[in-house]
Ligand binder design. Structure first.
Ligand code: NAP
Length: 538
């Protein structure tokens, strides 16, 4: 049977955002369909099957907040739930609301072109099929385009090699094998810690170390889950009030008002607390005051020295080029202890860079490392990458990738001038990348749905962010960015990725809003309450 070729709304992507977005649209009675490039739903949690992949947000703050039934029926088994369980959760939600019938899998959107006369988008799928939609909602994710290094000989290796994002579904044999891991971001740190005692030999190829602190995971008993269930409203209210979308509240006693002993006593406590407490509940000065940041970074360096028995290895694992919390903090479980094992070897690429990948391993400037498996934990073309993978042509044929060549430009991360009727959930310059993802995502979906309701009630057929409103928002994004020490870091937050042409260190792309979740939510709410003066309706 021929599929219907015209819809009021097309949603792209069946990850955490898309699942909730299609639910809201179906609930409203909108004629909507979701296209997902993969063969099933789950997005991040469908793809990242590497050993050790798990939440680093508390599970009960990561799950959706919108359904009492889901709260009543779902039992989070660990404080930081692992990938297979997270994927089960997303399927559980989708099944509960019968959402899969609104989703089409293996349906990659390759291009979309705005038709000004008809006020519709023409979408082209990889199959060649074309579909029309009045509105398109991008739920394509912020970390959905993995990037591989551009070393010579990338195709020469005769063993197994893959990016962590593409970790196979079938079990990957590890026992007795010589495994190389390239990359020590949040992903590399999870993989390394998890497989160190399961492989024959593990060689870690580290270009720059990251600050990393204990996840402090634990099981959640039936009794604890009952207590969490009883507290869900309070949990989500706390998340909505905190800058990062967690239950952790920043410490505003004043870094310099306390003695060094008092600060250290507090840090000792934070080091034992679960998750991002050490980041989010720390003294606020750490993120803007260099001296405060240095003192705390030194404290964490001391922790690393305590945990790594070889002092030379410990020094290599301590970042020297950036302070704590100025790049995305990876959380770990026995990561540093992995380097105390005889079968784990650390290769410092800052002194002995990779020259090429060979048939049998990795050649650095001073040694050849024989390997059976290479794991590339080398990150993503973050935040704007997914948009570059679809040719999006707006008014007058302008391509979005061209508009955003030197960095994105949006109004509140949800609309971008010149691309009418394209709405973005977790878009560039929102807080979706800079705070607890799903909390920001739910807020964005609700807001986008509210805007669509407004449009439908008024009978409009075209919406576009005003250029002036967009300029003001970009200025605000830059101001927020410049206020914190993160402005000098080289992580994906600032758009750095050596594997993508033109993304050199020091060339900042203002991709995420760092003005805090509550401030961002207030901007969204105010725009809606005022009748969206920043949007032109026709
Ligand atoms: P990432 O933070 O961008 O880290 C990539 C790593 O690969 C860095 O160590 C980088 O070194 C290295 N690298 C990149 N290209 C390289 C090359 N050509 N040669 C050698 N090394 C290279 O990526 P990620 O670790 O995948 O994490 C991305 C984000 O995903 C995280 O920040 C987080 O938001 C999310 N994540 C979340 C969880 C979770 O627990 N929920 C887990 C994993 C990831 P340089 O630093 O020198 O560039």
């Amino acid at each position: 049977m021929m599929e219907k070729q015209h819809h009021e709304v097309v949603v792209i992507g069946a990850g955490v955002s898309g699942i909730y977005q299609i639910h809201r649209l179906v609930e409203l009675g909108v004629d909507a369909i979701l296209f997902e490039a993969d063969e099933d739903l789950g997005g991040t949690w469908y793809r990242n099957r590497y050993p050790g992949a798990r939440f680093d947000s508390e599970s009960y703050t990561y799950g959706y907040s919108f359904s009492q039934e889901v709260h009543d029926e779902w039992h989070w088994k660990e404080r930081f739930s692992p990938q297979p369980e997270n994927l089960r959760y997303l399927n559980f939600v989708a099944d509960k609301f019968d959402l899969k019938r609104h989703m089409r899998f293996n349906a990659r959107v390759e291009a979309m072109t705005w038709d000004e006369g008809a006020r519709i988008w023409h979408l082209t799928l990889a199959s060649g099929e074309t579909v029309m939609a009045r509105f398109v909602i991008s739920c394509m994710g912020v970390l959905s385009i993995p990037t591989l290094p551009r070393y010579e000989g990338m195709d020469d290796f005769e063993g197994d090699a893959f990016h962590t994002y593409w970790w196979p579904k079938e079990p990957v044999p590890l026992a007795g094998r010589r495994v190389g891991v390239v990359g020590t971001g949040a992903t590399g740190i999870q993989v390394i810690a998890e497989i160190a005692d399961k492989v024959g030999e593990l060689t870690v190829f580290q270009r720059r170390p990251n600050w990393s602190t204990p996840l402090n995971n634990a099981p959640i008993s039936e009794q604890e889950m009952a207590a969490i269930r009883a507290r869900y409203d309070e949990i989500f209210a706390n998340c909505a009030e905190s800058p990062g979308g967690f239950e952790h509240i920043p410490d505003r006693r004043g870094f310099w008002n306390l003695t060094r002993e008092e600060r250290v006593a507090y840090w000792d406590e934070l080091y034992r607390r679960p998750g991002f407490a050490i980041l989010q509940s720390n003294f606020v000065e750490i993120f803007s005051d260099e001296a405060a940041n240095r003192e705390f970074s030194d404290y964490i360096a001391g922790r690393i020295r305590e945990r790594v028995s070889d002092p030379e290895a410990a020094e290599k694992l301590i970042p020297k080029d950036h302070g704590f919390g100025t790049q995305r903090l990876p959380l770990e479980t026995h990561y540093f202890e992995a380097y105390n094992r005889d079968n784990v070897h650390l290769v410092d690429l800052s002194t002995t860079p990779i020259e090429r990948i060979t048939k049998t391993g990795i050649q650095t400037s001073n040694a050849h490392h024989e390997l059976d498996l290479i794991v590339f934990a080398t990150g993503f073309n973050a935040i704007t990458g997914a948009f570059d993978h679809v040719e999006i042509r707006g008014t007058e044929g302008r391509v979005l990738g061209e508009k955003w060549r030197d960095g994105p430009s949006t109004w509140l991360g949800v609309l971008t001038h010149g691309f009418p009727n394209l709405l973005m959930v977790a878009g560039p310059q929102s807080v979706s990348g800079s705070t607890n993802f799903p909390r920001a995502i739910e807020g964005a979906v609700n807001w986008v749905t509210g805007l669509l309701e407004h449009v439908r009630e008024a009978g409009h057929t075209r919406i576009e962010a005003r250029a002036e409103a967009e300029r003001e928002w970009v200025d605000e994004v830059i101001r927020a960015h410049e206020r914190i020490l993160l402005r000098r870091s080289q992580g994906w937050f600032t758009g750095y990725n050596s594997n993508v042409e033109g993304r050199e260190a020091g060339k900042v792309r203002y991709q995420a809003y760092f003005g805090t979740g509550p401030k961002y939510a207030a901007k969204l709410a105010a725009a809606a309450a005022e009748g969206y003066p920043q949007v032109e309706f026709r």
